[in-house]
Design a protein around this ligand. Sequence first.
Ligand code: FES
Length: 82
Amino acid sequence: MQTRINIILLVARYVMYVCICRGITESHIQAAVRDGARSMKDLRQQLGIGEECGSCGSSAKQCLREASSNQTSTSSLSYAAA
Ligand code: FES
């Protein structure tokens, strides 16, 4: 039982949930941005984020901004390397 708890804590350390209601993590948002999501409307349509209690809205926006910023930086680096 203790091993199972330790494994859950280890996984939880590396998984940042943004929307508890829908089980959406930062990784889901990053993947959605890679797939073209650019707005909260896009995230709502693709992931259903914020459609239950809505308390994840500000965290989701921040995560979207960070993921979009990282996407832009990565694109710029790829362009510079080409
Ligand atoms: S936490 Fe996202 S809808 Fe409730």
